[in-house]
Design a protein around this ligand. Structure first.
Ligand code: MIG
Length: 689
């Protein structure tokens, strides 16, 4: 059952689209309902100026309570023991103590000693989840913006709570099958030749590749939807040249629109009143890569439609994939913040003649403060004919930009699915696009974080997602790259990406190229299964990645397992994420078949019993486990998905048979059916073993 409480006048986020199973309750009834699971709810008339919470939920936690959800966050699968703040942030260096990342996904599930329940807070303003951090046996959820919907979800078990929530928020975005191929990216590919070189190296080494990314350097002066004519003289024919080699080019689209006379997008947006303003209705200006920029006000339907239509400038050249960046929105500086530091600098200079150490630190912190979220309050949107401060709707911005893009792409490319994912997000955006998890580092701890983010993202509907494989910031190493690639072969978005001033990390930069080729080829063999399980998760409102305890709730040990995941119906993954480790310990909640790939085509298979085991896994090997009573179908690897069309093409449905696959079954002589979902629109191919 799902119950809903409406507090004040919430902003309509469109996170929830299906209310058929939702029962509205008034404050008294709702408070009473929450009382049955030990939650105290208090609301007061809001005072956004003070820090007084106007909504506060307090829940006593028993020793055994686990809390799951919150989508993209740092830390564990079990969220208990830390404080998370939904406040979308361009976080270039996140660590264990980071509370806010790029997205806000305010859905959690409590697994208590008695009742399990879910909560969803539908508010685009800041909200804080202190989950036993300040007081170890109390969860305290607070927001000083009182206008919101709160959903309370009951169900027989964790999966049923999550499924009900997913039904409410609508079906997840479906990426095209080519988006399951391997993708190479780097901040710093400057021109056609840089990209050609990447493609040539991958193709000549026989390492599969489906896409190369174009980061901000392809643009003319960072003006969105332009290309630099010197570096990309014949863009259309370059796109075709790549297409001929089975490569999709995926350009980045930033949120900021450069203020520059005669730049048509700027002129159009300005002339039509599409940009965000200040309180006094003058245009709001901030600095990002292009220098001074304006932001589109996506609350205006005509502005959204206009922005979405801009994607046609690239789709008309054959582009069919995009990544939306800097849409928290990220701001390097604003007119106010620069003026404040300038002022301070002038004052310090005149008083002393030179800077003292104290002055230096004051100035430094003043400049560090440029990225502070306090400047968001200076941005205004027009919502329902009224001016509204960005503060109140901050967490929606990336969602709105990406929704505009998705609808625009649907209009200009109705016959094709587009690849689209965004950095910033809010629940609801999962219907339009996927996400990548932003600027991680080449740290072993971030490889583990990648594993832990996957199930939480699945819960919130973000099925097409992934991290920058190998790490975005900091220098990577070959062993980290291999281990991370070995995890990446299981994630829908499988993209190696890094920033401009770190060690190059394309697979061909390392020694053991054979290992990279085998690992990535294995990914291609897995695509029929992965795409099938992905489509199943979409159509059945299921999680693609699950923590073990979601399937084996009665086994208390599974609650401690935060480094193994169930992926789809057949397999469990257990990546190695520690440097110099020659293997790892695994926990099997039931008997399983341990399959270790030593190359894309060779593997060993050993039945293992329920319990703890140590497995040896060298740097070039991939471990996985097939669940009892299940099979894993493997296709034939090609160098790009275009050569694998038969596995998921509409036309080839029914042409596939068991002999198109190599089947690994958890037990010998097992007779089971595997329902294979293909791209041929919601129909199934059933392989009878
Ligand atoms: O301020 O476009 O997360 O993937 O390479 C950094 C350059 C802007 C941040 C993205 C990253 C991308 C980078 N961008």
């Amino acid at each position: 059952m799902i119950y809903r409480l409406k507090l004040g006048n919430p902003i309509e986020t469109e996170a929830v689209v299906n209310l058929s199973e939702v029962a509205d309750r008034n404050t008294v009834e709702f408070t009473e309902l929450l009382g049955t699971v030990g939650i105290e709810l208090s609301t007061s008339s809001r005072n956004p100026e003070s820090d007084e919470p106007s909504v506060e939920l307090v829940c006593k936690l028993s020793e055994s309570t686990s809390i799951f959800g919150l989508g993209e966050t740092a830390r564990g699968i079990n969220k208990r023991g830390f404080v998370y703040v939904s406040d979308n942030t361009d976080e270039t260096c996140h660590t264990e103590t980071t509370s806010s990342l790029y997205g806000s996904h305010n859905f959690l599930v409590f697994k208590g000693a008695e009742e399990d329940f879910g909560l969803f807070f539908d508010t685009p303003s800041k909200i804080t989840f202190d989950l036993g951090f300040t007081v170890s046996d109390l969860a305290r959820i607070t927001s000083c913006f009182g206008d919101m919907y709160i959903y309370y979800i009951t169900g027989a078990d964790l999966n049923s709570i999550v499924r009900q929530f997913r039904v409410c928020i609508g079906k997840s975005y479906i990426a095209p099958s080519w988006a399951f191929g391997f993708q190479q990216s780097r901040f710093g590919y400057m021109n056609e030749d840089d990209i050609r070189e990447v493609v040539n190296r991958y193709r000549s080494l026989g390492i599969p590749l489906d896409a190369v990314y174009m980061d901000i350097d392809y643009m003319q002066d960072y003006k969105i939807f332009t290309t630099n004519r010197e570096r990309f003289p014949k863009f259309g024919s370059f796109v075709r040249e790549m297409e001929d080699q089975g490569i999709h080019l995926v350009p980045i689209v930033d949120a900021g629109i450069k203020v520059e006379k005669d730049y048509d997008i700027y002129e159009e947006g300005k002339a039509n009143g599409y940009f965000c303003t200040r309180e006094d209705s003058s245009l709001f200006t901030m600095g990002v890569w292009p220098g001074w920029c304006h932001l589109t006000d996506f609350f205006k339907p005509e502005a959204s439609e206009w922005f979405g239509n801009l994607y046609e400038r690239f789709t008309c050249c054959g582009i069919d994939g995009f990544w939306n960046d800097m849409n928290e929105p990220a701001m390097f500086y604003t007119e106010e913040s620069v003026a404040e530091s300038q002022d301070l600098f002038d004052r310090l200079k005149t008083s002393e003649g030179k800077l003292s150490t104290d002055d230096f630190f004051r100035l430094k912190s003043s400049i560090d403060n440029w990225r502070s979220h306090e400047y968001y309050k200076d941005i205004y949107h027009l919502y329902g004919g009224k001016k509204i401060s960005h503060d109140k709707v901050h967490n929606l911005y990336g969602y709105q930009m990406t929704k505009a893009a998705a609808l625009g792409l649907e209009r200009c490319m109705p016959e094709k699915r587009a690849l689209l994912f965004s950095r910033s997000s809010y629940i609801g955006m999962h219907r339009y696009a996927g996400i990548w998890t932003g600027d991680n580092r080449s740290w072993w701890s971030h490889l583990l974080m990648n594993i832990r983010q996957l199930p939480s993202l699945s819960m919130c509907g973000f099925l097409y997602s992934g991290a920058d494989i190998g790490g975005f910031g900091s220098d990577t190493s070959e062993d980290l790259m291999l281990r991370w690639t070995a995890l990446g072969i299981f994630t829908p978005l499988f993209r190696n990406h890094s920033t401009c001033d770190v060690r190059f990390q394309e697979c061909y930069r390392f020694n053991n190229i054979d290992a990279f080729r085998e690992i990535i080829s294995l990914r291609y063999r897995l695509i029929p299964y992965l795409y099938s399980e992905y489509l199943k998760a979409v159509h059945n409102d299921e999680m693609l990645f699950k923590p073990l305890c979601f399937e084996y709730e009665d086994d208390v040990r599974t609650f401690d397992v935060e480094d193994q995941l169930l992926l789809g119906e057949s397999i469990m993954i257990a990546p190695v994420y520690e440097q110099n480790a020659k293997g790892r310990y695994v926990y099997l909640p039931e008997d399983m078949l341990f399959v270790k790939f030593t190359s894309a085509s060779d593997y060993t298979a050993v039945p293992m019993t329920k319990g703890y085991h140590h497995i040896d896994v060298s740097l070039s090997e991939i471990p996985m486990f097939i669940r009892k009573g299940h099979i894993l179908p493997l296709g034939v690897a090609e160098v790009c998905t275009a050569d694998m069309r038969r596995y998921y093409d509409a036309g080839s449905r029914g042409d596939l048979s068991r002999s198109d696959f190599e089947i690994i079954a958890s037990e010998e002589d097992m007779r089971v059916n595997y329902e294979m979902y293909t791209d041929s629109d919601k129909t199934l191919y059933i392989s009878t073993i």
